[in-house]
Write a protein that binds this ligand. Structure first.
Ligand code: CTP
Length: 130
């Protein structure tokens, strides 16, 4: 059983998120997703996500590529979550290229190319300007 783990906010769910999760799932037998909490986003990005964490978790849990998701409370505990869930592969979008190479002692680390021309930030800006 090969376990893949990935992390993200997944706010205002879009096709870039779906592509990332689909490709991550294809790298193993089960996919576990750490969904960052509202508090973590407020601390790191200075604003709360549009969708609250229970709703972001519900959307991620409802995807057929995803076997299980949990709340990621701090960015600094990736090693802990990898061990806790027995992950063999850590997948991150290539906006994080190189940032998690130190975890290669624990598991395989794979950076997947982002889907071009879409992001939550951009969607919020476009909607805000309509
Ligand atoms: N992602 C992707 N392609 C995109 C947007 C996101 O592959 N076009 C991936 C990210 O690389 C990450 C995961 O989806 O692995 C969750 O990303 P997240 O930061 O929640 O989404 P963004 O749309 O990038 O949000 P923001 O604009 O707020 O950074």
């Amino acid at each position: 059983m090969k376990t893949v783990i990935t992390f993200g906010t997944f706010d205002v769910f879009h096709v870039g998120h779906a592509n990332l999760l689909q490709r991550a799932a294809a790298l193993g037998d089960r996919l576990i997703v750490g969904v960052s909490t509202d508090d973590l986003n407020i601390k790191k990005k200075g604003r709360a996500p549009i969708y609250k964490q229970e709703d972001r978790m519900k959307i991620i849990n409802s995807l057929r590529y995803v076997n299980f998701c949990f709340e990621e409370e701090t960015l600094e505990k990736k090693a802990h979550y990898i061990s806790l869930y027995g992950a063999d592969v850590l997948v991150m979008g290539d906006d994080w290229l190189g940032k998690f190479d130190h975890l290669k002692t624990l598991c395989e680390v794979v950076y997947l190319a982002r889907t071009p021309s879409i992001s939550t930030t951009e969607i919020i800006e476009v909607i805000g300007s309509v």
